[in-house]
Design a protein around this ligand. Structure first.
Ligand code: PMP
Length: 296
């Protein structure tokens, strides 16, 4: 599904078939989860293939390497250029792109002095599909922001996301919603969350979440469109009183929720801000949005 004999990945300065890439068996990423990655999308637009907010994704990748002390010297400009070359070598126009920095061989708990860069890409539909999601409140909390840098995409952090997703799916749900250590709604295992209540949107404020690039894009669209959004903490009980809700993420894009646990969101999804933003987000990534400036 991800690659075949014709696929090309970028690895440490070379374009190769994924089968020819050797990742370090003694590496810290494999043993301790000390690596950094990104999830980026490219879209076929009327102006050609465009990597959506490529610079912001690579800035976040570099931020992750920085906070983990992984020496990583590529510039954002180089990374963007390499990624366009990679898409071309794979003949991909609509694609999901996965840059990954792995730390070198070192069994100590000091960050290795060596870093490797691998960039992979493949054709990938909407990660959570198009249907409204039935979501379960997870028994797993998001990591305490004093335990790690929750705003960086560090490989090891995703064991938390895997536990929550496994739990939700095993119980017959589509996805998990995780709370923070104080019981406030935080985010989905790989996406941010918004709720609509009485004509206004709310999304958890920064601090205990991975503040996504899609979340930021959606908030900018709301500003342009005169849709009011407030960033604030709210509890799961408040969430279960919302009119509607949706998730945002690069892989998931904008996807609506049908229910949380046994609470069904009462507003018909097609009449919600979520449905409107789903469409406007598509227009934005395809570079065909007619910009409004009512509230800018
Ligand atoms: N939260 C988590 C935990 C994630 O893994 C992601 C996906 N990167 C997001 C939120 C959404 O981030 P973005 O919109 O930048 O993809």
């Amino acid at each position: 599904m991800y690659y075949n004999e014709n696929s090309v990945v970028f690895h440490n300065g070379e374009f190769k078939n994924p089968k020819d890439v050797l990742l370090e068996t003694y590496g810290q990423t494999l043993h301790y989860g000390n690596g950094v990655f990104e999830g980026v999308r490219a879209y076929k637009t009327k102006n050609g293939t465009r990597i959506f907010r490529a610079e912001d994704h690579y800035k976040r990748l570099k931020y992750g390497a920085d906070v983990m002390g992984i020496p990583f010297n590529y510039s954002v400009e180089e990374l963007v250029k390499l990624t366009y070359q990679l898409l071309e070598k794979n003949n991909l126009e609509d694609a999901y792109i996965r840059p990954l920095i792995t730390a070198g061989a070192d069994m100590s708990l000091r960050t290795s002095s060596e870093a490797n860069l691998t960039i992979q890409c493949w054709a990938w539909g909407k990660y959570m599909g198009d249907k409204l999601l039935r979501v379960k409140t997870s028994s797993f909390e998001r990591p305490n922001p004093k335990s790690c840098f929750v705003d960086a995409k560090i490989t090891g952090h995703y064991t938390n996301s895997i536990l929550a997703t496994n739990e939700a799916k095993s119980a017959g749900f589509d996805e998990a919603l995780l709370l923070d250590m104080h019981g406030n709604v935080a985010e989905c295992s790989g996406a941010n969350v918004f709720m609509e209540k009485d004509g206004k949107l709310y999304t958890p404020k920064k601090g205990n979440i991975m503040p996504g690039i899609t979340r930021q894009t959606v908030m900018q669209i709301c500003k342009d469109e005169g849709i009011s959004v407030e960033e604030k903490l709210f509890t799961i009980d408040e969430f279960k009183n919302a009119d509607s809700a949706f998730f945002t993420g690069t892989a998931a894009e904008v996807v609506g929720l049908e229910s949380i646990d046994d609470y069904k969101f009462p507003k018909a999804f097609e009449t919600t801000f979520g449905a409107k933003l789903m469409k406007l987000y598509q227009d934005e990534v395809l570079e065909q949005r007619q910009k409004q400036t009512q509230n800018a």
